[in-house]
Structure formats: structure tokens, C-alpha cells
Ligand binder design. Structure first.
Ligand code: AMP
Ligand code: MN
Ligand code: ZN
Length: 948
């Protein structure tokens, strides 16, 4: 091509100059010289970069012909049962193919489940040497035929994660009452669909222990959907077992000890070691018998707890909860900007605890380099189908960004040093630097020298150089879609929105929505998914980085893994979350909309409106992470609208109006007898009306037609008990019910300053300083008292203030649900026959309020003492009274039941399909670890203790 171009150019020249043989020879020589130079350049470049390690390495997943979840940025597509009639709209829906079957099972669960296990006792109690290793298609077909004749079988899976981007199923263990099968899912990967029918058959019960992840993994790898599940962990929940780990059940019911550390072995290896085979078999073999024992206990509980007329079916409840797990859908984590989560996590880790690097190093340039390296790592991991950790450790990224090494030797030594002090939790040895780094050092030079700075260009470069024509790395089923489908552009990748809301929106609406998204969506990933392990290697919880750092700073834990950042506690915590009803806290949380899976933007949504929640007893408030979810703008709007509607229903049901109806000034009304006249409705005025009147009078009073002014004056006077009013009174009236926060916003928005109140002793002024929430101080984390610290995210991850942004944006009058605002000296008239109460003995500037409620309450006094900061213009007073009523009439169970109602409203409105595992409408928020702290699953001592 260069040659042709050169020759053509020369020919043009020649026309003008009238060619001589010499000049032709010269130009030809010149053209050839250029070409040779270019070719040499090309070769020298490819000589410089070593060939990609994958050219010489064989990875088992490269044999897979059909890969359902590849490493591209497009969302996972679920199985379509009726492909023919799926229109474009439905295509986008990506629904659960067996939703109908599962819902039906949940409504009419299998009544005769106990009989299913007849005979399992004899079979399970000894595990002989025989098992069937299934590795050929014919064997798999036989297995399917065998399973079709069973009414029940047990299942477990083993995964491999280190040398794969999304992870894959390396083994499936299936046990019937006569055989243990180990299915080599690597050899049979492309044939596994054969098992779809038995797994989806509602007439065959599948027993798992803790099926949450397995259910998703089977969908991800094989489009296998579990229908009719009995999850022994769910049965443990209902039985309130002290522990619900499989290790505990094996010890208790079967007297079998198991070493859970084996779950982290490299399950790709073939042949599997004897020990691994034994471990894998144990995980499934005893499940039928364990399920049988648990069902017997459930039956027992049923007999003890129900009268003939009112039978509570505990077994059915276990079955119902199990099948709810099956409704989950696998979804890929899609960040709006590749590598963003990791980068922000690394940067904040460095800012919190600079460790080896000096704080001055953690500057903008450093942060920028970290970001670039994270983008590169993410993409290289996708390209080569490796885990992030395998490509480059967080520590190595920090070292590279801090030292900016320029030679190969420097790069190597920085990485070696960085990785030397990290003790790995994985059993698989790690190479430092990784083969990915070694064979693509050119990229690192490029990034470190700042030749490529735009994140987008890094993606472009990598894909072009590595996968494009003549690219350096092998194409595979995992990375092909990256090449063919990635439109590139980190921020504006088109990701299908499964609910199809977008398609129906008008262009103008789209634009304003876009603005809204920009303004209000979370600016960085909400969930960091850092892990906390117990010393036996069992996962205790996911949390954000701050919490992790807290333990590290106090030497209460050691860093064991950096991607994701994980620590191991150096003390023995009480119990394990999986043993309690708290699966939710050990689920990794995705930064996506829980409604539709949108990953490009999301905002926090409070399922239980804050006007209620802020008045809950403290211990019921502490587990917020369950009831604050991420939603995209579209889903947020749907959920919010439903919640507002339901609030009205609550208001009607409880007879507690949403807004305060009347306020009156106490100074003026306190001369009246303590017991108010029967019709206290006649006293005072609505706070909003009062404010409008006061505002108008202050601003335009003198210019107003006298009739209008008189009307407005009457309104204000109604508040002051009919007395004459001054300008100061007007300003005071303007502030009635407004919190300092609202007041500041008001001053800013309307450009109004309160001249007359500046120097007054009005208590509102004293509160002026209350700005943002004070920083959260984490209490003493002695392992006895602070499970909360272990299991829920701190306020850091869930700032109170942006959950209700949508509310704020929609309501024009300053109106806040949140009670971080203050108004002292508030007095409430709680309705007919109630008395006026004071939160403060000081009599100056009191306000007398009427909520028009029909619930007389002598205890109102205590309410406002605690909540004197509440704004009276929003739903705060309504929420307070509802919660007060619930607590008084039904105690904390009333509050819990109320929460369940809100979760139900949320689920009904949105039908969310991406809720984190363990999320439950019935979530109790109870976490009790206290009594069982001695439990250590792997020690014989405790096995003996449990057995004895
Ligand atoms: P299990 O349900 O215990 O058989 O675990 C199934 C798979 O989950 C294992 O093969 C591992 O790949 C993975 N897994 C479970 N727990 C852990 C853990 N604590 N660390 C690493 N991998 C785990
Ligand atoms: Mn297992
Ligand atoms: Zn490569």
C-alpha cells in the first residue's frame, strides 16, 4: 500500500518534471527505502513484545465451544424457551424462563416431601468406595435417564475462579439414594444442557445446601434453572438452628468432619486427588439424609405449634423459601466505567492508610495512574480470561503508580516487592509478575510513560493491539464479543435496559432524564465488596473499605487478599452469619439497579421511607443495608410513586394525616386553659399556608392591594392567636416548621435574609451550625458487642442525604423527610381532646401544632424530646406518630411487620429481578451471635462437644 501510494505520488511529480531515467531510478529507490524502513519498524515492534503466554498455555475453558457468559460488557442473556414468539420487546426482558413453574410451586408446594426421603437413611449413613465419574456424553445421557426416574436428588457444585474472569463450574456432584455421581463439567461443558430438563422438572425435588450461588452458577454456565428446590440451609433458618453451615450439619447428623479449606483447591485439576474426591462426594452424599432429618424436625415443630384448625406448615415454608432462591437471575457486574470500582477502592485505601507510600505520593498523578492501570488490568483479565488478581495485584498497581519504574528490571522488582508481603488465601500459587504482565510489558511502559492517557484510548489500544487483525493474543469464546461488540467509550456503552422503559420515552424527557442522572446518581460505586474472613477461612461478611481499614488499623485483622480486598480477623468472632438467618450479609452486592440490572447509573433508594425509619428504635435501624438498594432513575420513579401512594394508604389506615394540619404559637395560646377547647381544629393555621402568607407579606406587603393583605394578615394572626403582628413575627412565622437546613436552602434559593431575627435569641439560631451529619464514630469494636460493625455498611457508604433526592427534586416547597434538622420548642396538639405538650420548658417562641390525628396520646411528650430536629413541613410528624402508634400497640414486632409491608409494596411495584441474594421481604434485622461463639467447625474438640 505504501508502495502504491509512493509510486502514484512519484508519477504525479514526474508529469510535472518530465521524467528522466535517473529521476525514476532515484524515486524508486526512495520508495523502496521507505517501505523497507516501515516493514523493519513493524518487525522490530513485534520483536520487542514477547508473544502472548496464552499461545503456549492451554487453559481448560478454551475447549468450551459454547460460552454463555463471555467477558464482554453486554448483559447475560437468559434461556428463551419460546424463541419463536419472542418479539424485540420480550428479547429485552430477559426474564426467568421458569418463573411460572416456580411461582406455582411456591403457591402449592409439595406436600408429601417427607415421603421423598424414604430409605435415604440406610443409604446415606455409610459412604462406600463406589462413585460414578461422569466424563463422556454417553454417561451423561445415562445419568439424565437415571435422574428422570428419581423423585429427589442432591446437588453441589465446585467452582474455579483464579484463572477465569467470571469463574466456571469445574465439578457437579449429584447423589441419589443409590449412587454418587461426580460430573466432570469441564469435559462435558458443551453437553451440560442435557441436564436442563431434570433440573427444571417440578416433579423432581433437588436438595442443595445454601443454593444461592449454585443456582446462579448453573444459569451462568449451562442455562440450567433449578425448579423445585429444597435448601437445607433454609430449613435450618426455620428451625432456628444455632448454625446452618454444612460442616455443622454433617457433624451433627452424620458424625462426619469436613475440612472446608478444600473448597479453595484448584478444582480444574484432573485427575482430582483422592482427598478432593472424598470432599466433593461428602458435600452431596449426606444431603438427602440431612434433608430428611430436618424435615422430621419441621414436622415435629408443626405438630407442637398448630391446633387442628390452624395448621402452620413449616415444611411448606422451607420449600417456599427454597424456591424463592430459584427465582434469582444471574447478572454480570457492569460498571459504568471499566475498572472504576477497583481504582476508587485502591485510591481510598492509599488515602486512608498510605502504608509504605508517603502521603505526598498519593497525588493526582498517582491516582490517575492507578485508574489507568485498573482499566488495563480489567481489560487484560477479560481478554485473557483471567481473574483480576491473577493479572496484577492491587499492591502491584500501587507500587507501579507510586514508583513509575521505567525499565523492565525496575518494573519486575517493584512488583516482586509489592507482592512479597501478602499472604495469599488461595491455595493456588501465584506468579509475580504474572504471565500477562510479562508478555505485555509494552502496554505497561506505554501507560506508565503517559503516552496514552485517556481511559477510552487504553481500551481502544488494547483491543486493537491484542485482539484486532494480527493481534498479539489468541481470540477465544470469552473475548470475541469484546472485539466484535464493544463500541468502546467507557462512559457511554450501550447496555440494554431490560425493562424497556427507555424505548417508550420522548426525546425531551430523555434529555432531562440524562441531566437528572448526571446530577443525582451515585458518583462512585456504592458497594466495595471487601471481605472479612474468620480465622478458619469462612466468609463473615462483605463490607466497604472503611470498615476493613478500621480493623487493620487496630491490628485486629491481617490483610489476606487484595482483590477483592480481604482481611482475616485475628480474634474469634461470635458465630458465623451463614449460621444465622443472615445470608444477606455474606452476599456480594452488585453495583447495578436491583430492578432492571442497569449498571451505568444508579441512586440509593430507601425501601422503608425515612419519615418512618428515623423514628425506629436504634437497634432496628442498624441493619440498613438490607433496605437501602440501588435503583436506576426509571425504577426509582416507579418505586417512589408506589411508596407515596402507599403512604396515603397508611395515613388513612392509621388516621394520621401526612401533613401537619395546624400550627399555633404557644406564646399566644398558652394563656388559654391547658385543656384545649373541643374544636382545636379552629386554632392555628396550616404551616404551609402560614409560610406563604408571611412570605408574601414580607416581600410585597406594602405594594399589595389592601384586601389581599388583610386576608394574608388574618392567616398569620390565626397563628398568633389573633394578636397584632410585627415584622419580626412575620419572619418567625416564615420559619415555623422549617429546619435550619431548610431555612438555609430557602435563604439561598429565594435570596431572603432574616434581618429581624439575626440577633434574636431564637433557638433556631443556636442550631445554625448543624450542617451535615457529624462524622460517624465507630464504637468500640470489641468482638462481643459489635457485630453490627462486622455486618453492615457504615453511614459512609449510605449517606442519609442522597437517598431521597428524588423527593427533593420533585417537591418545590422545602420539604424533607429526614430528621437531621432542628426546631426546638415545638408543641404538638395531637388532636381532639389531647393536650398541648412541650419539648422544652423554655416558653419562648413555642409552636403549637395539630396533626388532626384521632389517636390521642399522652406520651407524645417523649416523642418530641427525641426528635426536636424534625421538620414539620414534610411527612416527619406523620411518620413519628405512625411509629409511635405501632410501638405502643404492637411493640417491635409491629415495626417489623410494618417494614415487611413496605418491602412488599416495593416488590409489587417494581418486581425487582436483581435483588442481592438473601434479600427477603421477611428479613428480621435480628442478628444474634452471642451464645455460640465457641463453635469452630474444623476442630475435633468442638465436633466432640457437639456430638456429646
Ligand atoms: P461449597 O458450596 O462449599 O462446595 O463451595 C462451592 C465453591 O464455592 C467452591 O468450589 C469454591 O470455588 C467457592 N467457595 C466457597 N467458599 C469459598 C471461600 N471461602 N473462598 C474461596 N472460594 C470459595
Ligand atoms: Mn462443595
Ligand atoms: Zn495476551
Amino acid at each position: 500500500m505504501c508502495l502504491t501510494f509512493g509510486a502514484a505520488a512519484m508519477a504525479a511529480e514526474n508529469d510535472k518534471l518530465r521524467a528522466t531515467p535517473l529521476s525514476i531510478a532515484a524515486t524508486c529507490f526512495f520508495a523502496i527505502a521507505i517501505s523497507v524502513y516501515l516493514i523493519k519498524q513493524f518487525f522490530s515492534k513485534s520483536k520487542r513484545s514477547k508473544p502472548c503466554y496464552l499461545i503456549a498455555e492451554f487453559k481448560p475453558q478454551y475447549k468450551f465451544k459454547r460460552v454463555l457468559a463471555d467477558n464482554s460488557y453486554s448483559q447475560f442473556k437468559h434461556l428463551k424457551l419460546h424463541a419463536a414468539d419472542s418479539v424485540a420487546e420480550e428479547e429485552e426482558l430477559n426474564l426467568h424462563p421458569y418463573k411460572g413453574e416456580i411461582s406455582r410451586l411456591m403457591k402449592n408446594p409439595n406436600v408429601g416431601i417427607l415421603e421423598l426421603f424414604d430409605g435415604c437413611e440406610k443409604w446415606s449413613m455409610e459412604m462406600g468406595g463406589e462413585y460414578v465419574w461422569v466424563e463422556a456424553e454417553e454417561q451423561l445421557r445415562e445419568l439424565v435417564a437415571d435422574l428422570s426416574n428419581e423423585e429427589v436428588f442432591a446437588v453441589d457444585t465446585e467452582q474455579h475462579g483464579l484463572r477465569s474472569f467470571l469463574g466456571f463450574t469445574a465439578l457437579i456432584q449429584i447423589s441419589t439414594m443409590s449412587k454418587d455421581y461426580l460430573i466432570d463439567t469441564i469435559a462435558l461443558h458443551d453437553m451440560m444442557g442435557l441436564l436442563r430438563s431434570v433440573f427444571a422438572n417440578p416433579a423432581i425435588c433437588k436438595v442443595f445446601h445454601g443454593a444461592h450461588n449454585d443456582v446462579l452458577w448453573l444459569q451462568r454456565d449451562f442455562h440450567i434453572y433449578v425448579v423445585n428446590l429444597f435448601d437445607t440451609a433454609k430449613a435450618c433458618d426455620i428451625l432456628s438452628k444455632p448454625h446452618k453451615s454444612l460442616a455443622y450439619l454433617l457433624e451433627t447428623y452424620c458424625g462426619v468432619a469436613t475440612n472446608k479449606l478444600l473448597q479453595r483447591e484448584d478444582w480444574r485439576q484432573r485427575p482430582l486427588s483422592e482427598e478432593m474426591i472424598q470432599y466433593a462426594r461428602v458435600d452431596a452424599h449426606y444431603l438427602l439424609y440431612i434433608a430428611y432429618c430436618l424435615c422430621l424436625e419441621l414436622k415435629q415443630l408443626e405438630n407442637e405449634n398448630s391446633s387442628p384448625g390452624d395448621k402452620f406448615h413449616f415444611i411448606l415454608e422451607a420449600s417456599r423459601r427454597s424456591n424463592a432462591t430459584c427465582l434469582q437471575l444471574f447478572a454480570k457486574d457492569i460498571e459504568s466505567c471499566t475498572g472504576e470500582l477497583a481504582a476508587s477502592s485502591i485510591v481510598s485505601r492509599c488515602l486512608n492508610d498510605p502504608g509504605n507510600i508517603s502521603p505526598s505520593v498519593c497525588d493526582e498523578k498517582f491516582q490517575e495512574l492507578v485508574r489507568r492501570l485498573c482499566v488495563w488490568r480489567d481489560l487484560m483479565a477479560r481478554l485473557h480470561d483471567e481473574s483480576l488478581r491473577f493479572v496484577l495485584s492491587d499492591n502491584a498497581i500501587i507500587a507501579l503508580a507510586a514508583k513509575i519504574p521505567t525499565t523492565e528490571a525496575d518494573i519486575y522488582s517493584s512488583m516482586l516487592e509489592a507482592d512479597s508481603d501478602v499472604e495469599s488465601v488461595t491455595m493456588v500459587p501465584l506468579q509475580t509478575p504474572s504471565p500477562v504482565v510479562c508478555s505485555h510489558l509494552d502496554d505497561l511502559f506505554c501507560l506508565l510513560r503517559g503516552k496514552i492517557t485517556k481511559l477510552d484510548d487504553i481500551l481502544q489500544m488494547c483491543i486493537r493491539e491484542h485482539l484486532g487483525q494480527g493481534g498479539s493474543c489468541p481470540l477465544s469464546a470469552y473475548n470475541y464479543a469484546l472485539l466484535s461488540k464493544t463500541t468502546l467509550g467507557t462512559g457511554n456503552r450501550i447496555i440494554p435496559n431490560h425493562n424497556g422503559f427507555r424505548a417508550s420515552k420522548q426525546v425531551a424527557k430523555m434529555a432531562s432524564r440524562q441531566l437528572f442522572v448526571q446530577k443525582f446518581s451515585c458518583k462512585s460505586p456504592v458497594y466495595h465488596n471487601c471481605k472479612i474472613y474468620a480465622s478458619d477461612g469462612r466468609l463473615l461478611c462483605y463490607c466497604d473499605q472503611r470498615k476493613l481499614q478500621w480493623y487493620l488499623n487496630r491490628d485486629l485483622a491481617k490483610l489476606v487478599e487484595e482483590d477483592p480486598l480481604s482481611i482475616m480477623l485475628l480474634f474469634e468472632p461470635k458465630g458465623r452469619p451463614e449460621d444465622e438467618d443472615n445470608d444477606f450479609y455474606i452476599q456480594k452486592k452488585k453495583n447495578i439497579c436491583v430492578g432492571c440490572g442497569e449498571g451505568n447509573h444508579y441512586l440509593r433508594y430507601r425501601i422503608i421511607p425515612s419519615c418512618y425509619r428515623i423514628h425506629f428504635p436504634e437497634h432496628l435501624k442498624s441493619h440498613r443495608s438490607h433496605d437501602i438498594v440501588l435503583l436506576c432513575v426509571d425504577c426509582h420513579e416507579i418505586a417512589h410513586t408506589a411508596a407515596e401512594k402507599y403512604k396515603k394508604q397508611v395515613a388513612a389506615e392509621f388516621g394520621i394525616p401526612l401533613f401537619i394540619r395546624r400550627v399555633a404559637d404557644l406564646d399566644t395560646t398558652q394563656n388559654s386553659p391547658t385543656s384545649l377547647p373541643a374544636s382545636c381544629e379552629e386554632i392555628g393555621v396550616s404551616p404551609l399556608q402560614l409560610r406563604i402568607a408571611a412570605m408574601a407579606l414580607l416581600r410585597h406587603g406594602p405594594q399589595m392591594p389592601s384586601q389581599r393583605r388583610e386576608e394574608l394578615m388574618q392567616t398569620v394572626m390565626a397563628y398568633y392567636g389573633g394578636r397584632e403582628i410585627t415584622d419580626e413575627d412575620l419572619e418567625k412565622a416564615l420559619l415555623v416548621g422549617m429546619s435550619p437546613h431548610e431555612r438555609r436552602r430557602f435563604e439561598k434559593k429565594r435570596g431572603y435574609t432574616f434581618k429581624h431575627l439575626r440577633k434574636s435569641s431564637n433557638p433556631i439560631d443556636a442550631e445554625e451550625d448543624i450542617g451535615g451529619r457529624p462524622p460517624v464514630t465507630i464504637k468500640n469494636a470489641s468482638h462481643n458487642e459489635d457485630e453490627d460493625l462486622l455486618h453492615t455498611n457504615t453511614t459512609d457508604a449510605y449517606p442519609q442525604d442522597d437517598g431521597n433526592i428524588l423527593d427533593d427534586a420533585k417537591i418545590t416547597a422545602p420539604c424533607s423527610d429526614d430528621a437531621d434538622d432542628s426546631l426546638s420548642d415545638t408543641k404538638i396538639v395531637s388532636g381532639i381532646g389531647s393536650i398541648s405538650i412541650s419539648s422544652n420548658d423554655d416558653t419562648s417562641g413555642g409552636v403549637n401544632l395539630s396533626n388532626g390525628t384521632t389517636h390521642p396520646s399522652e406520651e407524645n411528650e417523649t416523642l418530641l424530646k427525641n426528635d426536636s430536629k424534625m421538620s414539620l413541613l414534610g411527612h416527619g410528624p406523620h411518620g413519628m406518630q405512625v411509629v409511635e402508634y405501632l410501638l405502643k400497640e404492637h411493640g417491635e414486632d409491629g415495626v417489623r411487620e410494618f417494614c415487611q409491608r413496605w418491602r412488599h409494596v416495593f416488590v409489587q411495584a417494581l418486581h425487582p429481578r436483581f435483588l442481592p441474594g438473601g434479600w427477603d421481604v421477611k428479613h428480621s434485622g435480628k442478628r444474634d451471635f452471642g451464645e455460640f461463639s465457641v463453635y469452630k467447625p474444623t476442630t475435633n474438640a468442638s465436633a466432640a462437644a457437639i456430638a456429646g
